[in-house]
Design a protein around this ligand. Sequence first.
Ligand SMILES: [Zn+2]
Length: 192
Amino acid sequence: MPLGIWLKAGTSATALVLAMAGAATAATAPASAPSTAQAAAVTLRYDDSRAAGWEAAIAAGVASWNASVSNVRLVEAAPGTAAEIVIVATTGWPQATLGPVRPGRQVRVELGSQAVSQGYNKTRIAAHELGHSLGLPDTKPGPCSQLMSGSSAGTACTNATPNSTERSRVQSAYASGAAALAPAHRTLIDAP
Ligand SMILES: [Zn+2]
């Protein structure tokens, strides 16, 4: 009870005025500071300037991740500026460096047309490879409900949304404190 302490400790009129002013301020101030309850998201920039033909799939895959997790956010890098995730189109199988990539570092995603010619969904491919950038390994074989089951879910699978386990893994990888850790990167090739 701050008001009671003030009144008990001070007997002068000045102390009473201060105590009342303090009480008035306390009554209008918020009970807690909401800004400290929520950590800022880590922002990662991606460069798809060399991924011609994949723009729509990349945009959809990025939107899927941004809607699924809150600790990390993917944004398109301004032309000619640095990016943490460099996305390129190739004629091979999709592949990606395993993250989680940290701000200022760099991983590579290759979106390979060979998977498309075999019937695999482009948006699922893009979201899957971005999952590698965010630190998720493959979970093959696995069901279509798993984004990281990749090609093992078959060509009919168009799911581009991470499931709850995949979301929480990424959330943990980019949680406050964990964001400072820089793992060794390795490349995962997504040929069936
Ligand atoms: Zn993969």
